[in-house]
Design a protein around this ligand. Structure first.
Ligand code: 7RM
Length: 663
């Protein structure tokens, strides 16, 4: 007699597109599989995209040469995946809803129209000589033409480098030169919070005398006429009218560059972080679906600016790769009133909403009434990103905005990671206010102490590193692979170092404690203190400068500059000088890096070997003079007394902050 055989169904190491994760047990099983059999796991994830040619190797990494590759040998086009492939099933569905600066004004762009608009821009770029591999710099407001331009670049294999609108002409110029771009796309003006931003004028100053730039394309956002240099400057709308609404797409290699995005670090000028095509798009699509529990019919509203990585991954690439409806928000959370987000939520039926804690603090301070004035019934998932969220703000978001029925996802990630790495899964992961909770699939966080010893187990704090590669990982720093290696892979050999401090609690939950390097996070924007110091020292009145972050009620961190004047400048009027130095930083870097306080200082606390003790400066800037810790290594301890006196005097005269501009 033959015994009945029980059929053993092997666990499926996969999360197919559209599949749900239903429980913590399911998360844990799949998480384990993602680490035990990454090859199978990530091969399945690759199937989220449409490939023209299959890959040969799922991933390959070589830490010694800092070489990471995903879906090697595969061919695809990111624009095809975000646009064309959706036409058959959802050509008439909204791809983008543009929420204009004025409340209640929206423009809907279907997938079909998106294909036509993108194709026209792609043809314009080609007509101006842009070819596969060329870099295109983009300095635009939050208008649909920005999305068209990104996707048009992807379509023809050009590499976009988007520069956030808060950067100055000098910063733009540096980035154009570093990327070697010959074409720049901008707009005549931008509109934000009822104010006009003169983008074309800023680009003119950036490219003035820069022969490398042959073409400037200008989108029209307002009626304003701007000077157009013949031969170089062209109106984008006029150019598009001459082009067909169809355009071929390049078959890109999975590892061909998709975009460069400049980001600040602890030293030197910002680095051009490079993301490639296949891995980045797989990861953006997968995380958008799972972190926001994306479902067909959802309206996804990520309130970031496309000029930052959050906008790249969760306004454009992730949602569009998934065929979602994505909102592009041109305005400010407080314009014309602090109910603006919730009005947009009701007007558009937003299901998944994503913003930075700083924006929540800015609107929460107006109280609950502007929230309660809108129903918010459509909301299901509420996300945050960019900085640690204080538990009070988290609770307000959860209880008041989400009426305790929406999942709050505090997502930790970076420009360099391409997508979310530590996050709850909505409706699955038990939440703790202020914790980004647990690693996403395939992600292995490792905490190490300053000596590089790995801290095993629970209830430990250290430097946050990652020991595995994931598809969205940055591949290099544009034009400087050695800097890539040096910045991220030398401090703790064999690991990627994030620059963040982190605690793993008794339940294995991760709590990001903030940067451990000289990077500060101002209103969710990442800035290097060294960059701001260089900008200050470039002013003739400044002999030396040290910049630190200090706690700021709305912005998370504010920018505090200690400056030592040159002998000649010591006679100048201090008020005027402070204004001039703030202006100096705005000119060199941009309004985004505007110092909140400039303290003309009698000296800086230095060790006998000449190193500035930043810890002491941070404490003074925060007004915490009482316990300055061990000062025995200071060359001149008296400097500290002088600084405290100067800070006291300044604190007494400081006016309360105006409401900040957050994006
Ligand atoms: C997405 C983005 C990255 C830095 C990162 C952290 C901080 C980001 C969180 C966070 C605590 C979070 N990219 N950060 N998300 N800190 N909790 N959920 O912001 O490159 O501009 O900045 O931002 O310090 O290293 S970024």
């Amino acid at each position: 007699m033959v015994e009945a055989q029980s059929i053993v169904v092997p666990p499926r190491p996969e999360i197919a597109a559209g599949a749900r994760i239903g429980s913590m047990a399911e998360y844990e099983r799949l998480y384990r599989l993602s680490l035990d059999d990454p090859e199978t796991f990530w091969a399945r994830q690759g199937e989220r995209l449409t490939w023209f040619h299959p890959w040969d190797v799922v991933f390959d990494h070589d830490y010694a040469n800092t070489d990471f590759g995903w879906y090697l040998g595969g061919r695809l086009n990111a624009c095809y995946n975000c646009v064309d492939r959706h036409l058959a099933a959802r050509g008439n569905q909204d791809a983008i809803i543009w929420a204009k600066d004025e409340p209640g004004e929206y423009e809907r762009i279907s997938y079909r129209r998106l294909k036509h608009e993108v194709s026209r821009v792609a043809n314009v770029l080609r007509a101006h000589g842009v070819r596969r591999g060329d870099r295109v710099c983009v300095y635009m407001p939050m208008i649909p033409e920005l999305a068209y331009t990104m996707l048009a670049c992807a379509r023809i294999g050009a590499v976009h480098s988007i520069i956030f609108g808060g950067f100055s002409s000098e910063a733009i110029r540096d980035r154009i030169i570093d990327a070697g771009a010959r074409l720049v796309v901008t707009a005549n003006e931008g509109l934000r919070g009822g104010r006009r931003l003169r983008l074309k004028e800023t680009v003119d100053r950036a490219v003035d005398g820069l022969d490398q730039v042959r073409t400037v394309l200008v989108a029209r956002r307002t009626e304003a006429e701007v000077p157009m240099r013949p031969g170089r400057d062209h109106w984008l709308d006029a150019e598009c009218r001459t082009q067909r609404s169809t355009c071929t797409y390049e078959w890109m290699g999975a590892e061909d560059p998709l975009f460069i995005l400049y980001t600040s670090g602890s030293t030197g000028k910002p680095k051009g972080v490079l993301h490639t095509t296949g891995g980045y798009l797989v990861y953006a699509a997968m995380t958008h679906e799972l972190v926001f529990d994306h479902r067909p019919g959802d309206v996804h509203f990520c309130a970031a600016d496309v000029g930052w990585i959050t906008g790249h991954s969760y306004i454009i690439y992730g949602p569009l790769a998934n065929g979602a409806t994505t909102v592009m928000f041109e305005s400010l959370p407080t314009y014309p009133d602090p109910g603006r987000y919730w009005q947009a939520v009701d007007d558009l039926g937003v299901t998944t909403f994503y913003t930075a804690p700083t924006a929540l603090r800015a609107v929460a301070r107006a109280g609950d009434a502007p929230v309660r004035a809108h129903s918010r019934r459509s909301l299901r998932v509420l996300g945050t990103v960019g900085e640690p969220i204080n538990p009070d703000t988290w609770r307000w978001y959860h209880d008041v905005v989400g009426e305790a029925r929406c999942a709050v996802v505090d997502t930790w990630w970076q420009t360099e990671t391409g997508g979310v790495l530590i996050t709850p899964l909505p409706g699955v992961t038990p939440l703790k206010p202020g914790s980004a909770t647990l690693p996403f699939f395939g992600v292995q966080p490792v905490l190490v102490d300053d000596e590089g010893t790995v801290l095993e187990g629970r209830g430990v704090s250290g430097n946050l590193c990652l020991s595995r590669t994931w598809p969205g990982q940055a591949r290099t720093v544009w034009g400087d692979h050695e800097r890539f290696r040096e910045t991220y892979f030398t401090r703790f050999p064999g690991l990627y170092f994030t620059g963040d401090g982190c605690r793993r609690d008794e339940d294995g939950y991760y709590w990001i404690t903030g940067r451990v390097d000289d990077v500060i996070n101002v209103a969710g924007h990442r800035l290097g203190t060294a960059e701001i110091e260089s900008a200050l020292v470039a002013h003739e009145a400044v002999a030396e400068a040290a910049v630190v972050g200090f706690p700021h009620e709305i912005k998370g961190q504010g920018i505090f500059a200690f400056v030592i004047l040159t002998m000649e400048a010591e006679q100048a009027d201090p008020r005027q000088l402070q204004g001039a130095l703030i202006e100096q930083v705005r000119r060199v870097i941009g309004p985004v890096a505007s110092p909140d306080a400039v303290l003309i200082s009698p000296g800086l606390p230095k060790t006998r070997s000449g190193k500035i003790m930043r810890r002491v400066l941070r404490q003074i800037a925060a007004g915490e003079y009482d316990d300055l810790g061990n000062l025995s290594t200071l060359a001149e301890p008296a400097v500290v007394e002088g600084l405290i006196a100067a800070h006291r005097e300044m604190a007494a005269t400081l006016a309360p902050d105006p409401p900040p501009e957050v994006s």
